[in-house]
Design a binder for this molecule. Structure first.
Ligand SMILES: C[S@@+](CC[C@H](N)C(=O)[O-])C[C@H]1O[C@@H](n2cnc3c(N)ncnc32)[C@H](O)[C@@H]1O
Length: 406
């Protein structure tokens, strides 16, 4: 699909509204650096460029909507089951954070091109849970790396090892993706300024293959790029990711852009870019940083600012899914009625829970009205969340004759 977003735009607002408006399969690279669930408020220091900027990293029931959970239940069975499992562990804050993330990660996956790459920046607070979410959304096979950013400072303690690194989970949408290894080779220690025995200089192309640990200080108080925006990431980290995982002219999206580090790095590397942030300070930063951190010969015009979500093309907005009916002779007179993009894959996921593999796909219907059809059948036959009691023929007839409300 063609992008329905204009490059060099910073959207102000909750990213879920903007992500849902972006056309499917139109973005080449997403770098997402969300709150990490640290259970605290981050605030820019007084007197810094970003003074006044602050964001909450504390998640509770007020941050999630029932309709999101319902949507996950209907459309992403595996993910929903995983979240129910997390909730059963008894930490409702983790559950709320993960629901909040899941609903956004699904949209990130949708807007990526089939050749696209996704980096989720997090830390060990939640990285192991987020990896499971991404395995459900992208498929475990699409996991490429756990990329470690070792920043060195902070995190020291007397009773445990110092916390010195962040985790970036790198997934691709398919088995075919961009990776420009030559753009990110690391010089051999001995290569800089050293001569071979024959007197010739060792060149960078003899540089070694970049590995999954990036050693670099965070943005220091004396650093030129420092804005004071809380949790600002170094440009060098973003330049590394963008150089490796995209090409000039590609579209880069950062749905949690903060003080727009990704946008600046993308601008410097001549990529198209869009950033989204709920904090108004992100807007203030972009103009200043475009002037300060982008060489003037590269600056390609003004940035755009918008509070209005893009509108997806009609065809894209009305994507179809299957509403299915699955039976199991062990449970006579009740049927699973649910929604799936792939009804056979859903059947296979049920089979794994039944050693005798007796689940059977009785009926499926591909429809754009799946969001209303499935709850309609549950209400009509008085079903609870998954199982619908009734005669199979009646349930199928009701599905075939369903008319969506105008
Ligand atoms: C870890 S910071 C990102 C820092 C950024 N990478 C940088 O270098 O400045 C997380 C950002 O996510 C933003 N944020 C949190 N929830 C959001 C949401 N639902 N929609 C958009 N932005 C959100 C916060 O305002 C904050 O700026």
């Amino acid at each position: 699909m063609k992008p329905n977003i204009k490059s060099r735009t910073v959207f102000l607002g909750d990213n879920i509204d903007f992500l849902r408006g972006i056309n499917s399969a139109c973005v080449d690279l997403i770098y997402a650096d969300p709150p990490f669930n640290k259970k605290k408020q981050f605030t820019a220091p007084i007197g810094s460029e970003a003074e006044g900027a602050s964001f909450s990293d504390y998640f509770g029931a007020e941050d999630i909507k029932d309709e999101w959970v319902e949507e996950l239940r209907q459309e992403n069975h595996e993910l929903h089951s995983l979240l129910i499992g997390v909730n059963a562990m008894g930490n409702s804050y983790n559950y709320c954070y993960l629901v909040y993330m899941a609903i956004r990660l699904i949209e990130c996956h949708r807007v990526l091109k089939s050749t696209g790459s996704f980096y989720l920046h997090c830390d060990p607070t939640m990285s192991h849970y987020l990896k499971l979410l991404l395995d459900c959304i992208f498929g475990g096979k699409q996991f490429q790396n756990e990329f470690i950013w070792y920043y060195g400072g902070g995190g020291a303690g007397k009773n445990r090892w110092g916390w010195k690194h962040d985790v970036l989970l790198f997934f691709t949408k398919s088995a075919n993706w961009t990776f420009n290894m030559d753009a990110v080779r690391v010089p051999h220690k001995w290569s800089q300024g050293q001569l071979r025995a024959d007197g010739s200089q060792r060149s960078l192309e003899k540089g070694k293959i970049a590995d999954d640990v990036f050693v670099r200080h965070g943005v220091m108080p004396w650093s030129k790029e420092r804005t004071g925006y809380p949790t600002q990431k170094p440009l060098a980290l973003l330049e590394r990711i963008i150089s490796a995982s995209s090409n000039p002219g590609d579209f880069v999206l950062d749905p949690f852009c903060g003080c727009v580090t990704t946008c600046i790095a993308a601008e410097r590397l001549e990529r198209n870019w869009v950033g989204i942030d709920v904090a108004r300070e992100a807007w203030k930063q972009i103009e200043q940083r475009l002037e300060k951190d982008v060489p003037s010969d590269l600056l390609r015009g003004e940035a755009n600012f918008s509070r209005t979500p893009p509108q997806r093309g009609k065809q894209d907005a009305r994507a179809k899914k299957y509403v299915y009916v699955i039976s199991n002779p062990a449970y006579p007179g009740i049927y699973k009625v649910g929604v799936a993009t792939n009804a056979e894959a859903r059947l296979a996921s049920y089979q794994t829970a039944d050693p005798k593999r007796r689940y059977q796909l009785e009926f499926k219907i591909l429809t754009a009205e799946y969001k209303t059809l499935e709850p309609h059948i549950h209400r009509k036959f008085d079903g609870d969340h998954e199982w619908v009691p009734g005669k199979l023929a009646d349930i199928i007839a009701a599905m075939k004759t369903y008319q969506a409300p105008a």
